[in-house]
Design a protein around this ligand. Structure first.
Ligand code: MLT
Length: 389
């Protein structure tokens, strides 16, 4: 029986994938798997029972990735599962920033009791007029699952699209419309584009990337959209840009005391992926990733360990989490050989400082073997996925 805990409500369609082999628990310390959306886990201590955390969403800045890696806890996310929801919100963001639809509807609400509202409308509507997005230059920073969808949709709306991504994957490149202009210097986005939208993960290297220096290079009257994470923008610099007239509107999906209520800021309460479809997709993907890891030791879409998949587990299987340093495999195979084991299949993958070795054996895995492997210098955790055939 596998035990899991949900730190936030997770869509039922996802949880329905758990069989009667799974039990939901109240106490997080009892859980082998955690499902989470936005709960802040950064200060949490994790029990030795915990094997994996699956985030139903893309961003993982609420999870301590390094701490988890150091304990051999695999962190999964669900890239692409909510990309359409966020893409549609970017389209909405461009439209509500270009035309004062929000100001206009608020005006109607405020004047709802006026019997002459129809007449008054025609006199007053001037102040809510705006611009169209057709023909405008859109700059997309980050061409992952969301950025590519935004780029292609914007092309279909008649925008002139520029994309910047130094880490563009082959898969993303295949899906990207050939009409999108791929720039290799982000300054080209800043200097050319009327609307700029940011779609990169929140990392130390991307934190505050939209700052006074970047804003100074932008066109006067630029619309800036940030539905990725607030820390990507130095928002004090953004407000200065709004006050000076450089930035026409800043649309963010992350309310905080700096931007909320500030003129020129359109602050959405983190609704980018809050659609039935996105929540369902993320829940299903997160649960399936977690199950595959718990049942088979396979890792797909992890952010702190490498992907590694040996299919359905039918033999004794052992997973070893270790540092990505030389001479690890030979020590594992020596320990196995000395104990008389025959390896029937083995995969070793690495990601940054960490590595994962998954081994199928022909004989029952003993506690003694686990102890020997655990003692190898650089090993973080040894997990018996299946003890015997
Ligand atoms: C994401 O990171 O996937 C989106 O911001 C939506 C969310 O946090 O749930």
């Amino acid at each position: 029986m596998y035990k899991y805990k949900c730190m936030n409500p997770i869509a039922k369609i996802g949880l329905n994938n758990f069989t009667d082999q799974y039990q939901v628990v109240d106490n997080v310390d009892d859980a082998e798997g955690i499902l989470v959306r936005s709960a802040n886990m950064l200060e949490m201590e994790f029990s030795d029972n915990l094997l994996a955390i699956a985030r139903a969403g893309a961003g993982v800045n609420n999870i301590p990735l390094d701490k988890c890696a150091e304990q051999g806890i695999v962190v999964f996310n669900t890239p692409g599962a909510n990309a359409n929801g966020v893409k549609e919100m970017v389209l909405a963001a461009m439209l509500i920033a270009s035309r004062d639809i929000i100001g206009g509807t608020e005006w109607v609400k405020a004047n709802a009791g006026d019997p002459d509202i129809a007449k008054l409308t025609e006199k007053s509507k001037k102040k809510f007029a705006g611009t169209e997005i057709f023909g405008k230059k859109l700059g997309i920073i980050g061409l992952g699952a969301i950025g590519v969808r935004v780029a292609n949709a914007a092309r279909q709306l008649g925008m002139d699209v520029y994309g910047y991504d130094p880490y563009l994957s082959i898969d993303a490149a295949w899906r990207l419309s050939s009409d999108v202009k791929h720039v290799t210097n982000v300054d080209d986005i800043y200097s050319k584009c009327d609307i700029i939208t940011v779609h990169v993960p929140a990392l130390d290297s991307t934190k505050g990337m939209i700052n006074a220096e970047a804003i100074a290079k932008m066109k006067k009257g630029v619309i800036l959209i940030n539905l990725a994470r607030d820390i990507l923008c130095n928002e004090v610099d953004v407000l200065a840009g709004i006050n000076s007239g450089k930035i026409r509107k800043y649309v963010t999906d992350f309310p905080n005391p700096t931007t909320s209520g500030h003129d020129g800021c359109i602050v959405i309460p983190h609704l980018g992926a809050s659609t039935e479809e996105s929540e369902d997709n993320c829940a299903v993907k997160a649960v399936l990733e977690l199950k595959d890891y718990l049942e088979n030791g396979n890792i797909n879409n992890s952010v702190n360990y490498p992907n590694c998949d040996m299919g359905i587990c039918t033999r004794p299987r052992i997973g070893i989490f270790h540092k990505n340093v030389a001479n690890m495999i030979s020590q594992f195979t020596t320990a196995l050989g000395d104990a008389g084991y025959n390896i029937s299949d083995m995969t070793n993958k690495s990601k940054g400082d960490y590595a994962y070795t998954l081994i199928d054996l022909e004989d029952k895995i003993t506690d003694d073997l686990v102890k020997k492997l655990t003692k190898v210098d650089g090993v973080i955790r040894v997990r018996v996925v299946k003890k015997e055939a």
